[in-house]
Design a protein around this ligand. Structure first.
Ligand SMILES: Cc1cc2nc3c(=O)[nH]c(=O)nc-3n(C[C@H](O)[C@H](O)[C@H](O)COP(=O)(O)OP(=O)(O)OC[C@H]3O[C@@H](n4cnc5c(N)ncnc54)[C@H](O)[C@@H]3O)c2cc1C
Length: 300
């Protein structure tokens, strides 16, 4: 942590747990017993607390239509990996624009259903992985302890550390996972009905992926136009968007925004920075069918 401070997390005797409190002296004693090979002591403690680790998530993030659960109320797990607060913030980020669009642009109710589709999958994966990690770190089973105390340090030193040092790919995978920037909503119901118009190479960004290159205003959808040969079709498409959706969609040029992505066509970004739709055929009808699934046409 900043300013040379450390966070120490450990298990305490079950009986102590019911007291809901522990003194610094007691914590220091436990630390001394368990770290006999290290010369460690606690001083200048700024915060100490007893907590119980829970592992569960709710089955539906949207309850009786009008209630939305997020943060620890929706999913709770051990602090291993430091993901809890961040996941709650991302729940809020995912839900906020959908509620705002319901109020200001008459989004259809099904847009709100996508909150559950998108965030419950994230919570499920998170609870399962932290559950496994916590079980491994806290188990008193002798085989697990043996692996934890003698095999894991060797693995960390001779496998994980070299991978971190020499493999950019490995660092990237771990970074995207821990920072939660690699989360994708590709399997969300929002993309079931034609969020892609045209043929694309497998490696091009897909609807449901985060679009990391530029931060736009969260009050709008954003259509980004990339280099394209079909000028007449592009112009017709742009004119249509301007005429029909000007209060919801802002239009940008990829060169002006300096977006470092090789792409032919256009990408529509959601207010939360995820890709909503992509096209390289500029089929107006296709786009209209896709978009109007979520918004009442007469209200736009
Ligand atoms: C030891 C520990 C370390 C952690 N470390 C990390 C970390 O490094 N990174 C990370 O991302 N996450 C971490 N977390 C998880 C993180 O703290 C939580 O995920 C996050 O605080 C949840 O935020 P929340 O707003 O959903 O719920 P809470 O923070 O629990 O907020 C809910 C609030 O509602 C109030 N409340 C409850 N009932 C009522 C009521 N009836 N009326 C009015 N108010 C009410 C509560 O008092 C509370 O203030 C850690 C958790 C623990 C226990």
């Amino acid at each position: 942590m900043p300013h040379d401070r450390y966070r120490i997390v450990g298990t305490i005797h079950e009986q102590k747990e019911t007291d809901q409190t522990i003194s610094i002296e007691e914590a220091a004693n436990i630390l001394k017993q368990r770290s006999e090979h290290f010369d460690m002591n606690i001083h200048d403690c700024s915060w100490i607390s007893v907590y119980r680790s829970h592992h569960r998530h709710i089955t539906t993030f949207r309850y009786r239509n009008r209630y939305f659960l997020l943060g620890d109320a929706a999913h709770i797990h051990s602090p291993v990996g430091g993901q809890g607060m961040n996941t709650g913030l991302q729940d809020a980020h995912n839900l906020a624009w959908k509620l705002a669009y319901l109020l200001t642009h008459s989004a259809r109710d099904r847009l709100l259903d996508t909150y559950h589709d998108e965030r419950s999958a994230v919570a499920k994966t998170l609870v399962n992985t932290t559950d496994r990690a916590f079980a491994f770190l806290s188990s008193v089973n002798w085989i697990t302890r043996l692996v934890r105390l003698f095999v894991t340090p060797v693995l960390l030193q001779f496998v994980i550390q070299p991978l971190f040092t020499y493999s950019r790919k490995f660092r990237q995978i771990v970074f995207l996972r821990v920072s939660q920037l690699g989360i994708t909503y590709r399997s969300s119901n929002i993309y079931d009905y034609g969020a892609s118009a045209g043929n694309f190479h497998q490696t091009t960004p897909q609807p449901g992926d985060r679009f990391p290159y530029v931060i736009f205003s969260p009050c709008y959808y954003h259509l980004i136009l990339f280099e394209n040969q079909q000028l007449t079709k592009v112009n017709q498409f742009v004119e249509f968007i301007k005429k029909e959706y000007s209060n919801m969609i802002q239009i940008h040029d990829s060169n002006e925004e300096k977006i470092p992505l090789q792409f032919e066509g256009a990408i529509l970004i959601r207010p939360d920075g995820y890709i909503a739709y992509r096209t390289n055929v500029f089929d107006i009808k296709h786009f209209q069918c896709y978009f109007d699934q979520f918004f009442l046409k007469e209200m736009i």
